[in-house]
Design a protein around this ligand. Structure first.
Ligand code: 3PG
Length: 421
């Protein structure tokens, strides 16, 4: 990774004014404004602390929610929480790049940290957010960059969870400031990227949940990258069964037709994958259906069914667990059944517990998967839980991500001596 991106080893931050972009977009109680989850703030605390300890003057940029939503609030509570975590003051500045913000950044002393306000209060941050696929000139040509860049020496991008976005606060500074990865970004790229591309063999991916289109893209990228096997569950498995010509019954078929955009294309893509990768892409041999809310097992050979398929079956579960026992690397994204209902939580619980007990390198996708691991008390027993929701999916699908491209661009420019600072 160090070859493609600048890190803090390349840009020692001591005495420098550092703009630090984090992603501390968190669940908030819209009525009280209270933070309901501080996972991301806790992760980024390490980077803020490292910079402050090194004697950097740190100005933090971050977003919360999207304009128009009730939880699109100022970052005052985020700053207070961060201050508590790093045990040093983090002054909240109720301004993004106006005079107040500029004065605050300009008057920072070594080791001091300020947090500027929610960057999504800035109209350009929201409006100038599409990527032309070539450069970041539109994002660089914004008031945020013009106002803050002259005050800073370097930019640290730690916002992995927003790395699929192309907003000025994420990519706009690279024309003028060298951009390095922070600790969260580095860890995500090392753990997620490492597990996919060269984790210990055999590498096994568990793909479940209801975002079947994403999972088909992820399965394709994983199998092309040399992941040995993809084991499917949830709606993803239903879709792969459908692609293989199995009639899964009216309720589950209707679910796919109604909930998956462009489902016919997704099924066609799934069929292509099954043909290309054969047995490396595993589908259930039996399922559990909901018969009036009760679990009822059924071999795939006995489908279709008039009941909705809500979990993989026992025989499939046993086969999957046997494969996991031999795994060198396990990557999980998505639950294997309707885990919210205890009747259909069995496979998700068994599989995720096996993962937590495994000696393999274990990596968990962000968003819903991370939430299930936390709810099941397993999050501390795997090697890495991603902070990214959409970003993690984009990364696991092998999509080009603007922030990663900007980091590469900045490294090239730095190597060519293209920065004055
Ligand atoms: C997230 O929570 O996934 C990131 O912060 C990105 O948020 P966004 O989807 O509003 O850009």
């Amino acid at each position: 990774m160090g070859d493609s991106f600048l890190t803090l080893d390349d840009l020692p931050p001591g005495g420098k004014t550092v703009l630090l972009r984090v992603d501390i977009n968190s669940s908030i109680n819209p009525e009280t404004g209270a933070l309901l989850d501080d996972t991301r703030i806790r992760r980024h605390a390490a980077t803020a602390e490292l910079l402050a300890e090194a004697g950097a003057k740190v100005a933090i940029l971050a977003h919360q929610s999207r304009p128009g939503l009730l939880d699109c609030v100022p970052l005052e509570r985020h700053a207070r929480r961060l201050a508590h975590l790093i045990d040093r003051p983090v002054e909240f500045i109720p301004d993004v790049h106006g005079e107040l913000a500029r004065d605050a950044v300009a008057s920072l002393e070594p080791g001091e940290v300020v947090m500027l306000d929610n960057v999504r209060f800035d109209a350009e941050e929201v409006a100038v957010s599409s990527w032309n696929g070539e450069n970041f000139t539109p994002q660089a040509d914004t008031a945020l960059v013009r106002n803050l860049a002259p005050l800073a020496d370097m930019f640290v991008n730690d916002a992995f969870a927003a790395a699929h976005r192309c907003q000025p606060s994420l990519v706009g500074f690279i024309e003028v400031l060298p951009m390095a990865t922070g600790l969260v970004m580095e860890r995500e790229l090392r753990k997620l990227g490492g597990a996919i591309a060269d984790g210990p063999a055999p590498r096994i991916a568990l793909l479940g949940g209801s975002k079947a289109a994403d999972s088909v893209a992820i399965a394709h990228h994983f199998l092309s990258q040399g992941v040995d096997e993809v084991l499917t569950g949830g709606v993803v498995a239903n879709l792969f069964l459908m692609a293989g010509g199995v009639d899964i019954g009216a309720p589950s078929t209707t679910y796919i037709r109604e909930h998956i955009a462009d489902w016919e294309q997704v099924v066609a893509d799934a069929l292509t994958l099954r043909k290309e990768f054969g047995d490396r892409l595993m589908v259930p041999v039996d399922v559990a259906v909901s018969d009036g809310g009760l679990r009822h097992g059924l071999p795939v050979s006995e489908l279709p069914t008039k009941h909705p398929v809500h979990d993989i079956g026992l025989e499939t579960l046993v086969a999957y667990l046997a494969r996991l026992e031999k795994a060198g690397t396990i990557i999980a994204n998505g639950p294997f059944g309707v885990f919210e209902n205890p009747e259909f939580a069995a496979s998700t619980r068994e599989i995720f517990t096996a993962m937590a007990n495994s000696d393999a390198l274990t990596v968990v996708g962000g968003g819903e998967t991370a939430m299930v691991f936390t709810q099941m008390g397993l999050a501390d027993r795997v090697n890495h839980v991603s902070t990214g929701g959409g970003a993690c999916i984009a990364f696991m699908s092998g999509r080009l991500m603007p922030v990663l491209e900007a980091l590469r661009h900045s490294k090239r420019r730095f190597d060519e001596g293209g920065y004055n600072k």
